[in-house]
Design a protein around this ligand. Sequence first.
Ligand code: SF4
Ligand code: FES
Length: 232
Amino acid sequence: MNVTLKIRRFNPERDREPWWGTYTVEAESTDRLLDALNHVKWYQDGTLTFRRSCAHGVCGSDAMLINGSNALACKVLLKDLGQHVTVEPLRGFRVIKDLLVDLEPFFAKYRQVKPYLITASAPPANERLQSPAERERYDDTTKCILCGACTTACPSFWANPAYIGPAAIVNAHRFIFDSRDEGAEERLSILNTADGVWRCRTIFNCVEACPRGINVTRAIGEVKQALLYRKL
Ligand code: SF4
Ligand code: FES
């Protein structure tokens, strides 16, 4: 099949405004969008810039706006996109070049919620044990690959870039509900602000955008409930 890619291009060293580049690629219907982007870069225009690494939906590098929805380029098949595909950078972050956005503010918010095990008590002789039910409590939020698709699909974030965003809350949830962790109060107080968890207006775009199928809105709701009722 022939696929036409309309890609939003921008090189701040050369362009005053973003512009649309149009490229036609001959591809198999079972190819991924990433294959088509690679084809453009390798055979048509080597200046096209985008992030990718694993090519298997694991590293979270290639989230982009594809036909108007956030997705990983390595996880969407061309046959599901049609013969005319529009590709844009994630919304809400500074474009460094073409589809490459500056994710530093995103990772700064991730670091803000202390996404690591915090313990104050003395370590047990062997290991910190956890029952299967306790592990299940936060299983969904362990699946996050930090692709940024949820945060950049969120109108609350577009309207207020200071909002900590769904991805950071998901990663706080992963530790807040971990029975071995002792830093929940610290994380909850970080999120208990107008630009923290309360900026979420339950719009659900994040759930639709998440390539890992995480119920992001439910996780945010559980953090809100923990704040209101301290039910961990
Ligand atoms: S919650 Fe889902 S969409 Fe958000 S950063 Fe994690 S994997 Fe990506
Ligand atoms: S390139 Fe790693 S998730 Fe797509």
